[in-house]
Every structure is written in structure tokens, then in C-alpha cells.
Design a protein around this ligand. Structure first.
Ligand SMILES: Cc1ncc(COP(=O)(O)O)c(C=O)c1O
Length: 521
């Protein structure tokens, strides 16, 4: 493992991934220059106990609560994954309802499996020009409450992996009116609180509980996160008990120390750190904008339903119009230029820009994209080569062996699932069901899935346990498979087969088409 890590570091990549610190640069200097491994200790005398904090851990948690203006803050050593699980477990129990967008992170589903609650799914708005999911509107939440007035909580992701936020202030008011809790997965937003030029954070918008991956954007070690209670509406005692279910009894002191150290850096220098990140992001945008065929998400209008707000340090760009799909662009950026972006999808590339990046990183990124686009343009003068390569890269043809732009646009949409599937069983019922069988994916339409299917990253489920499988979902999985994406959640990692339930309640009329699905050519 160390050899692999050192080999990657020795490539000296321009790093635009998580965690936020870049090879020590963004760490609190108190953490560097020490032999940290020698401080890998446990609950020794005077070192406190995360599960019964009363000494330095408690003090560090209180300082974090003060910084974020939270009522109470808990250190997490199992990421926001366990923060989301605990928010769900603490808000809803067996048979209770919770409103969640269809594009939640899989950790929310894991919380639903643990709690036995029933999800009431809402669709986020679709940002057509970018083929990605954006904000959840207050209107969608209001409608969900009208549909299911007994819902006890709403859990939203804001900002998304792509840096898009929702109107949490209005949604918090709606939740209050319906006597429900607002829980926010702010995995990508710990840094929002340190600049007026960034969207307002969830705690400042009235959320009752918020989980933040401090490691992703705030400069602590990977896997360290914070769980904040913003109001007194969620029972802190229940939260503490539930944390026992999902966290180690031997939490790493190095992770906890790194949370405290990153908290201190933000408290002292947060505004300057964000100014630097925003400045670098602006440089990147300016550079990318000059490249023909390259678009940057921040140039889109903000305040529209699909993009209420946007974190500008999350750089989302596309060279699709220049003929380079997102997955391929990501691969070429690393293979040819040692530029390492966080995430790619069928169209877009996402680079995480933090206070620990340098102008040189940005220069390398922009130059690399420019060179790849120029290379692609020169290949266009060789139509046969281009068509053949595109066929190999996307696996699609217009029928006559020629690549067609119109087709490619349709294909990009085919990665998405636009309709809410029927929930035939709760995620927990499906997950623990004993009567199930294995079916080829293509024969599973109309059946109820036992497993979740999650292309990773970004970790957003296409199929959730207990859902009746639709043709649209199957087509989407096939598209991801063809694009070479990896899947989490399934026993068969290639998702050629799926585990489905044998016995479930009958399908609601009109909810499912029994059309046999036509497979990709
Ligand atoms: C939206 C979202 N929520 C939660 C998580 C899980 O966070 P962590 O990696 O801190 O466990 C992720 C991780 O990528 C995420 O993207």
C-alpha cells in the first residue's frame, strides 16, 4: 500500500480530488513535521473517550460547535457516511416516512435500511444543458408533504457533488410548518461558512442536523467528519446513542486531532483560505472559457430552479461540444498530463479546487484541456478515424456505422432516470428478504430489486432496494456499464445479474410497462 501511495505522489500530479489538503500543503502546520505515527494512541490517561467525551475531545467538539454556531457538534471517524446514517436513524423509525431526493448518496439508503423507515422520493430539477441533477425546489418539498403529510423529516444533499445548493431557508420553513425535521447532507460544504461569496451553509439556513465531510473541503484527514445539531429539535441523546451503532469503539486519535487542527486553521484563516480558493477557481474558469468547445457550469445563470446556488470552488466543465465525453477527458487528463480530477461523468469533469491548490495546478489543468481539445480538433479532419474511435469509446452508432451528434446527445440523457419508480417494499424489507432469486439484468423489468445499484463515483443510486425495476433504470445501468463505470451495492459487480424478490405486493396499475427491453446493439 505504501509503495502504491508513494508511486502516485512521485508522479507529482496536479491534484483536484478529495481530500482538500494537497500532499501536506493544506494541513495545519501543527500536524506536519511531526512523526504523527508515534501519536497513534487510544483512550489512555487524560486522552478522553469519543463515546463519553468529557476532556480534550469534548473541548475540541465544543470549539467546532462554536465555530459553526451549532448547538452541539460530534466528531465522526467514519465519514459523513455514518453521519447520514445517524441523522436518518435519529429522525425516523420503522414504518415512519422521510422525504429524500432520488439522487441521495447511498449512505442515506443505508440509514433507511437500518431504521426501517419508508422513503418518500422527490425528483431534483434536471439541468438539461449539463445533463445533471441540480437543486430540489421548495415547491417539490411542499408537494411531497401534501402527498405524505405524515412525513417526519426531509433529508437533502446541499451542495451536491457538482456544487449546486438548494433553497434551504425556504425548505426549513416548510419543514417547521409540517412539524418535520430538516437534515442536510453537507458532505461537500464544510467550507461554505467562511466567505460571503459562497452559498449560505445549511446551519445558517435553519437546518436541524447537518453532516459535513471535513476531509473533503476543510483540510482534515480522510474519513474525519462533523455532525452538527443546529437547533434543539433533534434529541442529542438519541444521536449520541446512535453514533455507538455506526462508529468504532477504537476511534482514531489522529483523525480526531486532524479535525481539531483543521477547525483551528479555519477559525484563524478561513476567509483568506476561501479567497485563495475562489481566486484559483476564477483563474481556471477564465482559462477554460477561452478554449473553443469547452463550457464551465458557473457561466450558467444562478437562481433558476435547477441551480439555486453554486459553490464556485467546485469547478464543473465539459468538452462535450469539442467532441470529448467526460469519462474520456478524465482519463486523458491523467494519462497524458498527470492532472487528476475528482469526478467524471458521461459529459462533465469535476475538479475540487481548494485553498491548498496553487496557480501552477490551474495552469496545468487549463493547458492540458487546451491541448486535448486541439488534438481532438485535428483528428476531426480524419473522419473515418474519428467515427471509429467514437464508436469504440461510446459503443454507439447511428445505425449506418457513422457517429452522429444527435445520437450522442440522446445517449447522454439515457444515463439518467427521470421517473420515480414504485416503492413496492421498504429498503429494509427488501434488503433482509429471504425469498429472492437471481435474474439477468435485462429480464428484471417489473420485478422488485433486493439490491441497490450505485455507479461510483458519485455514489448516487440508480436502483434502491424495494423498488420495482423499470426499463428506464435498466437502460441507464447498461449505459453506465458500457461507459466502463464501476458499481457498488450489487453481489455481481458487473451488474449482468440482479437479485430480485420472489414475493411482493402486486404492482400498482399503470406504474410499470411490461415492454421487453431492447438491448444496446
Ligand atoms: C453527497 C455525499 N454524501 C455523503 C458522502 C459520504 O461522505 P464520506 O466520504 O465522508 O463518508 C459522500 C461521499 O462522496 C457524498 O458525495
Amino acid at each position: 500500500m505504501l509503495e502504491a501511495l508513494e508511486a502516485f505522489r512521485d508522479e507529482e500530479p496536479a491534484y483536484f480530488r478529495i481530500p482538500a489538503h494537497r500532499f501536506l500543503k493544506g494541513l495545519n502546520p501543527a500536524l506536519t513535521g511531526k512523526n504523527l505515527a508515534a501519536l497513534d494512541l487510544s483512550e489512555a490517561e487524560g486522552l478522553d473517550d469519543l463515546h463519553q467525551a468529557s476532556g480534550p475531545i469534548r473541548e475540541a467538539q465544543e470549539l467546532a460547535a462554536r465555530l459553526f454556531d451549532a448547538r452541539r457538534t460530534f466528531f465522526l471517524v467514519n465519514g459523513t457516511t455514518c453521519g447520514n446514517e445517524v441523522m436518518v436513524l435519529s429522525a425516523v423509525g420503522e414504518g415512519e416516512k422521510i422525504i429524500v431526493p432520488r439522487n441521495v448518496h447511498k449512505s442515506v439508503l443505508m440509514g433507511l435500511i437500518m431504521s426501517g423507515a419508508t422513503p418518500v422520493y422527490v425528483m431534483p430539477e434536471y439541468l438539461e444543458a449539463w445533463n445533471l441533477w441540480g437543486s430540489v425546489t421548495p415547491e417539490a418539498i411542499e408537494k411531497a408533504f401534501q402527498r405524505e403529510p405524515e412525513s417526519k423529516a426531509v433529508l437533502l444533499v446541499s451542495p451536491t457533488y457538482y456544487g449546486i445548493t438548494s433553497d434551504l431557508e425556504r425548505i426549513a420553513k416548510i419543514c417547521r410548518r409540517h412539524n418535520a425535521l430538516l437534515l442536510v447532507d453537507e458532505a461537500h460544504g464544510s467550507h461554505l461558512y467562511f466567505s460571503d461569496r459562497l452559498p449560505k451553509g445549511a446551519l445558517a439556513s435553519g437546518a436541524d442536523a447537518v453532516a459535513q465531510s471535513f476531509h473533503k473541503t476543510a483540510g482534515s484527514f480522510t474519513q474525519s467528519s462533523l455532525l452538527h445539531l443546529g437547533t434543539g429539535r433533534m434529541d442529542a441523546g438519541r444521536v449520541a446513542e446512535n453514533l455507538h451503532l455506526v462508529q468504532s469503539t477504537s476511534p482514531s486519535y489522529l483523525l480526531m486531532a486532524s479535525l481539531d487542527a483543521a477547525r483551528r486553521e479555519l477559525a484563524l484563516h478561513g476567509e483568506a483560505m476561501m479567497e485563495k480558493a475562489l481566486h484559483l477557481a476564477a483563474l481556471a474558469r477564465e482559462g477554460l472559457r477561452t478554449i473553443p468547445g469547452v463550457r464551465v457550469l458557473d457561466d450558467e445563470k444562478k437562481g433558476i430552479p435547477a441551480m439555486f446556488g453554486k459553490d464556485e470552488t467546485r469547478l464543473v466543465f465539459s468538452a462535450w461540444d469539442a467532441g470529448i465525453p467526460g469519462y474520456r477527458l478524465g482519463t486523458l487528463l491523467y494519462e497524458n498530463f498527470r492532472v487528476s480530477p475528482e469526478l467524471t461523468d458521461e459529459e462533465n469533469v469535476v475538479a475540487v479546487i481548494t485553498f491548498a491548490n496553487e496557480p501552477e495546478d490551474i495552469r496545468r489543468l487549463v493547458q492540458a484541456v487546451k491541448a486535448l481539445v486541439e488534438q481532438e480538433r485535428s483528428r476531426k479532419y480524419l473522419p473515418e478515424v474519428h467515427a471509429d474511435e467514437r464508436l469504440r469509446e461510446t459503443g454507439h452508432s447511428s445505425g449506418d456505422g457513422q457517429y452522429s451528434v444527435k445520437n450522442s446527445e440522446n445517449i447522454a440523457r439515457e444515463f439518467q432516470v427521470f421517473t420515480l419508480p414504485e416503492q413496492a417494499a421498504t429498503p429494509r424489507e427488501a434488503y433482509f428478504a429471504r425469498d429472492w432469486e437471481i435474474l439477468p439484468l435485462e429480464e428484471s423489468a417489473g420485478r422488485v430489486t433486493k439490491e441497490m445499484v450505485v455507479p461510483y463515483p458519485p455514489g448516487i443510486p440508480l436502483l434502491c432496494p424495494g423498488e420495482r425495476i423499470t426499463d428506464e433504470q435498466i437502460r441507464s445501468i447498461l449505459r453506465y456499464r458500457e461507459a466502463g463505470c464501476e458499481f457498488h451495492g450489487t453481489a455481481d459487480q458487473t451488474v449482468k445479474t440482479l437479485r430480485v424478490l420472489r414475493q411482493v405486493r402486486p404492482a400498482k396499475k399503470g406504474n410499470i410497462s411490461n415492454v421487453t427491453i431492447q438491448l444496446a446493439e
